[in-house]
Design a protein around this ligand. Structure first.
Ligand SMILES: [Zn+2]
Length: 130
């Protein structure tokens, strides 16, 4: 879903909360994958057979890969949410997260991938978030 559509649908505060929840779910997923991988490594008798060694290697690769993926998703979601939250304050009146998105432009090098033209609902000040 596009960033501007997600913020329009829920409002910035709820979008931000959802990003934090999603990010922490990824963190828990990565932690559980790490625990499951360590448990599997502890109980598999890998010295007895080649199949055990193969299974051990497979579990280590899958578990390690899932941990890395989960950590990357967690840091990406958290960084993007914090970055955009810092720019959700009206520069004129200081109101947080009470704006209307007037225009959204896709920008490749922006943190969220979009440049949003915003208008404050309190003082009608305009600024951009990217
Ligand atoms: Zn304002």
């Amino acid at each position: 879903m596009r960033l501007d559509d997600a913020i329009r649908r829920r409002g910035f505060r709820r979008w931000y909360e959802q990003q934090l929840i999603d990010g922490h779910l990824w963190l828990v997923t990565g932690f559980l994958a790490l625990i499951m991988m360590l448990i599997a490594l502890e109980v598999i008798p890998f010295r007895d057979s080649v199949a055990g060694l193969f299974l051990l290697t497979l579990i280590a690769i899958v578990g390690g890969g899932l941990c890395v993926l989960a950590w990357r998703r967690f840091t990406l979601l958290l960084f993007r949410a914090e970055h955009l939250a810092e720019r959700a304050v009206c520069p004129e009146c200081g109101t947080y997260a009470r704006f209307t998105i007037e225009q959204a432009t896709e920008v490749a090098d922006a943190v969220g991938g979009w440049r949003l033209a915003l208008r404050c609902r309190e003082c009608a000040c305009r600024w951009t978030m990217e």
